[in-house]
Design a protein around this ligand. Structure first.
Ligand code: G6P
Length: 364
């Protein structure tokens, strides 16, 4: 049960929270779908955002990574340009704002000080805002004009998992609601409950592949000092999140890179057996990323591919069931979470409480 704060039979909260993701997706579908099938988000909020000319997403850490995915969804379904900012940067260095900006704060805890200092400034400027958070009544929720809740249940492990996927799902509902409000064709024809239902089923399959993922983790990560995750577009966004997940609990230096940027510098770091994990779900970019995999392979890298059904090639280690192109991050991140979990266990480290990190950071 996602609302349980006990581990139950689970050895770690992180594993429990990874496993809860399919049911959290289903909970979001039932909460955000109205009886007539439309999106259950307050129409005043939807109208306000629809009338803005640019959305500024502000967040930290994993929530910032979710924002990168949300940007794509909002731009595609709602046709409003989106900028995604790190709270600790934008707060001290405001970009030139558009005429009718709208601010969206993404925060699992709703308590992150870096994000809050930006919201204080946004309120001083009298600009409209929304907080997307897991915690009702949290500081960011109270101080923003509007709130949307994640309904993910308490997330206790420091490494965020179900909050990431629920943030993306809630932003998808928001994007769909705005697009519907504006009568946009792409949004109207997007059957969100159906597509997210497919995601939940794909997650069910992926979380059942633990043995295989533990083996992959042992094979690729047990003794390495570093690792690289690559992808393009949304796969790049997930590379960043996958790399963060691995580094924060296994202490393996892991970086996510835009696959095409490798050749402009990072490829110099590839040595014999350096793990390079590629995510391939984009039809238009698959062959380019395949090319990057070959390039690092020929320099000694030990490569691994997560591919979506239909784009897979013989030898790919992990196959993601076919999903709507906007929703692949919700599935590709799951094996990456599990690989990180097992890498941490295999190194005998503290899964739920990694060194030097806090679940919620209340200092700037
Ligand atoms: C901390 C946590 C991260 C989280 C970040 C933002 O650094 O360790 O897991 O992504 O804060 O937290 P928030 O609650 O604002 O999403």
């Amino acid at each position: 049960d996602a609302n349980d704060t006990e581990k139950g039979l689970y050895p770690h909260y992180m594993l429990k929270e990874i496993d809860e993701q399919p049911s959290v997706m289903r909970k979001i579908i039932s909460t955000y779908t109205a009886e007539n099938g439309s999106v259950a988000i307050d129409e005043h909020l939807v109208e306000k955002i629809a009338k803005s000319d640019r959305i500024y997403v502000v967040a930290c850490g994993t929530s910032w990574h979710a924002g990168l995915v949300g940007k794509k969804m909002i731009e595609e379904l709602a046709n409003i340009p989106v900028e995604v900012h790190l709270a600790s940067e934008i707060g001290y260095d405001m970009p030139l704002l558009s005429e009718r900006p709208f601010f969206i704060f993404i925060s699992q805890s709703g308590e992150t000080a870096d994000s809050r200092q930006v919201l204080v400034k946004v309120n001083e400027l009298n600009l409209p805002s929304l907080t997307i958070t897991n915690v009702k009544g949290s500081t960011l929720s109270r101080e923003a004009e509007n709130t949307l809740l994640l309904h993910a249940g308490p997330e206790i492990a420091v490494a965020s998992t179900k909050a990431y996927t629920s943030q993306i799902a809630v932003m998808l509902y928001l994007a769909k609601a705005i697009g519907d409000y504006k009568n946009l064709k792409l949004a109207k024809s997007f059957d969100i409950a159906h597509e997210l239902g497919l995601v939940a089923s794909a997650m069910d399959t992926l979380v059942s592949e633990k043995d295989k993922l533990a083996e992959i983790s042992r094979d690729y990560l047990l003794t390495t000092r570093n690792a690289f995750y690559i992808g393009r577009g949304l796969d790049y966004a997930v590379s960043l999140e996958g790399a963060l997940k691995l580094k924060e609990i296994s202490y393996i230096q892991t970086e996510g890179f835009a696959a095409g940027e490798l050749k402009h510098g990072t490829i110099a770091l590839i040595e014999k057996d350096t793990p390079v994990l590629a995510i391939i779900t984009g039809e238009d970019t698959a062959s380019h990323t395949r090319g990057n995999v070959k390039e690092v392979e020929s320099r000694g890298a030990k490569t691994m591919v997560i591919a979506m059904e239909g784009l897979q090639k013989e030898g790919d280690q992990i196959i993601i069931p076919e999903l709507h192109a906007l929703l692949t991050p919700l599935a590709t991140v799951v094996p990456l979470q599990l690989i990180s979990y097992f890498a941490c266990l295999q190194r005998d480290l503290d899964v739920d409480k990694p060194r030097n990190l806090a679940k919620s950071v209340t200092v700037e």
